[in-house]
Write a protein that binds this ligand. Structure first.
Ligand code: UDP
Ligand code: MG
Length: 319
């Protein structure tokens, strides 16, 4: 029998927190009664610097029930960092962690199956969403674009996997050794190694409230995923550089030949057009190089990725 911790990041989730707590408690108590998990198992909410009443609600929930724990981050650091904060805080208190969204879009009925696979010896179990039929057209489209873009640029990620996963404490300790600031868990986890598998689940609609993943947060996640795991954009610059070099030699020869034949000055368009084109490409290339340099700059600072402000938990270590 294993001690399992659930870790749920939440940002301004006052509309869903109580509801999810009730549903999760039901599930965990049921698993405890069936002796599938130990009574030391817990449900941990990570408040990612919410500015609504989320933390007050969490304080209430934890006060009345030892099953719950809560971690409050000092400011909003984003879903990925909140997940990491939660996992790192509990990695030595349990045998495995399951991370899921606080809005319970990740179907909690899959949790017993996650635990079974862990008992069978898997250190990493990645949840894969079966259908996205209940999501908005925009969410589906942007999600598909995200995966295709990531794969095009060489960041290998598992399709339709969105941070609903189980990690054993062994895998968590391995994850702790990755010190990068630009965190993209979906890219790092496959690199940890260990025995891993996937598990399908049904994506549910949000319990209440609106998505906390704004378009800008999503774009940042995609950019982080690409620039943290792939140098393909840099390679593309090199390839286009070579192509333009070849093209410019041809144009050079053409200009000489045209001059020798009739001495005419080449037309205005043939000068101005490539000027703009090449100028644009140079700027783009510089921008991409700048992205990478920016990353290097950030990584060299070794700044902390999150700061825990408060922690409510009754500790019962298993190790
Ligand atoms: N979240 C977070 N910090 C953020 C944004 C989101 O901790 O800055 C949490 C959020 O509370 C939820 C999970 O990440 O538990 C997924 O976010 P959401 O449901 O808003 O995204 P969607 O399901 O729409 O992609
Ligand atoms: Mg959601």
């Amino acid at each position: 029998m294993k001690t399992i911790y659930l870790v749920l990041p939440c940002y301004n989730e006052e509309l869903v927190i109580n509801d999810s707590a009730v549903k999760l408690k039901q599930l965990m108590s049921n698993l405890m009664n069936k002796t599938k998990i130990t009574n030391n198992s817990k449900i941990i909410f990570v408040d990612d610097g919410s500015i609504d009443t989320t933390w007050n609600l969490l304080e209430n929930i934890c006060q009345n029930d030892d099953l719950f724990g809560a971690i409050r981050l000092a400011h909003n650091t984003g879903h990925q960092n909140a997940l990491l904060a939660g996992m790192m805080a509990v990695k030595d208190l349990c045998d495995a962690v399951i991370t899921l969204d606080a809005d319970l879009q990740h179907d909690i009925n899959a949790i017993p199956r996650f635990i079974e696979l862990f008992e069978e010896g898997y250190d990493i179990v990645n949840g894969i969403r079966k259908s996205r039929s209940k999501e908005s057209f925009f969410k589906k489209l942007s999600g598909d674009m995200f995966y295709n873009l990531m794969n095009l640029f060489g960041a290998k990620i598992i399709k339709n996997h969105a941070d609903y996963r189980l990690l054993s404490s062994r895998a968590l300790n391995a994850l702790a050794k990755y010190e990068e600031v630009n965190l993209f868990l979906r890219g790092i986890i496959p690199q940890i190694g260990f025995k891993s598998t996937t598990l399908e689940y049904e994506e549910k609609p949000r319990l209440a409230g609106e998505s906390k993943y704004s378009l800008s947060k999503m774009l940042k996640l995609a950019a982080d995923g690409i620039t943290s795991f792939s140098i393909r954009p840099l390679q593309l610059i090199t390839v286009s550089g070579i192509l333009f070099f070849v093209f410019s030699i041809i144009m050079f020869i053409y200009a000489i030949v045209a001059y020798a034949q009739n001495g005419t000055v080449p037309g205005w368009t043939s000068i101005v057009a490539p000027l703009w084109l090449i100028g644009g490409i140079q700027l783009l290339a510089l921008g991409i190089v700048g992205e990478y340099i920016g990353k290097i700059y950030l990584e060299t600072k070794h700044r902390p990725r999150y700061e825990i402000a408060e922690m409510l938990m009754t500790e019962t270590s298993v190790h």
